[in-house]
Design a protein around this ligand. Structure first.
Ligand code: SF4
Length: 305
């Protein structure tokens, strides 16, 4: 049987900026002897609301592993524009960090996404990557996504036939790679809590020699993807605002811009007020091993776009 990490082009590798898809990317690079075929493209879709740690991690993976990562951002929904003008290719240095692509989309649509109408994933990530491939002249391709063997529900969803121009490929599932493999790859015998807390205490450089890859993302699972994503549970959003005050303000502002709430039960202004009223209600370390937000949100609704 073929090595599941040997990818036949044309293909798009969706790199979320999490440890799981980074693990997959490294296995694919190694399977190809250190250099990807020219028609296998690695893309990271930046919403503008990723944590700085994620952007640094994506950049570090590209530099250390010698792979070209295309940094893509949404620009417009206007179908009258040529495809290549509906998104932009940026770099680590020029990538949006203040939510501009996401805000542009909310202003275009004139309402906020929410857990039920979660068009942000489809528009900011899935469709932008599709435009990238179409702009290069591909009509059909393989979409390589980093879902692990232990994510049975998401795997089953992604394996269903879709009406899209791509076919999904899940090499980690084929290779039976689980979270244990991913954690061992990044942390060796340490735990995610040990590593992230150490990085925060003494800095990445001082921790590097303890890590099998010599670097890490430096975030807990629930801190990944968009910083205040509405899919994160309320307690996690409280924790995010508590540990990084001001994070939820953009989200609260967008509820005003889009004239609606991201979550039916509460507004982001309420979340901020909750934390301001009771700043020590939550303690760090509650979510050390939570893998929820490690996967690209686009892999949860890969059939959308
Ligand atoms: S992480 Fe959340 S807010 Fe960001 S694009 Fe995905 S679903 Fe939307």
């Amino acid at each position: 049987m073929d090595n599941p990490y040997l990818i036949h082009g044309p293909a798009l590798i969706s790199f979320s900026g999490g440890r799981t898809s980074a693990y997959m990317l490294k296995q694919i690079i190694d399977a190809h002897g250190g250099k990807l075929p020219d028609d296998v493209h690695v893309c990271f879709a930046n919403t503008g609301k990723e944590r700085e740690e994620t952007l640094a991690f994506v950049n570090e993976c590209a530099v250390r592993w010698g792979v070209k990562v295309h940094w893509l951002e949404f620009r417009s929904r206007k179908t009258s524009l040529p495809i290549e003008e509906r998104f932009a290719e940026v770099t680590f240095e020029t990538a949006s960090r203040a939510g501009e692509p996401f805000e542009t989309l909310i202003r275009c649509k004139s309402y906020t996404p929410n857990a039920v109408m979660r068009w942000c994933t489809a528009e900011l990530k899935v469709r932008v990557m599709k435009w990238f491939m179409q702009a290069r002249g591909y009509r059909n391709w393989t979409n390589v996504i980093g879902l692990r063997h232990d994510e049975a529900h998401r795997v089953a969803k992604s394996r269903k036939p879709n009406k899209e121009v791509w076919t999904n490929s899940l090499p980690m599932d084929d290779a039976k790679a689980t979270q244990r493999d991913v954690f061992r790859f990044w942390f060796g015998k340490l735990s995610i809590g040990d590593v992230v807390n150490l990085i925060r205490k003494i800095g990445m450089e001082a921790v590097a020699h303890l890590l099998p890859q010599g670097f890490d993302l430096g975030l807990f699972g629930f801190e990944g993807n968009c910083d205040g994503c509405m899919l994160k549970a309320r307690a996690k959003l409280w924790e995010i605002e508590r540990t990084k005050p001001g994070t939820l303000q953009w989200w609260s502002d967008m509820e005003v811009v889009g004239n609606g709430q991201f979550v039916t039960e509460y507004s982001y202004a309420e979340l901020i007020r909750d934390v301001q009223k009771q700043p020590d209600l939550f303690s760090g370390g509650l979510f050390d091993t939570d893998p929820d937000m490690d996967a690209e949100c686009g892999t949860w609704c890969a059939e959308a776009a």
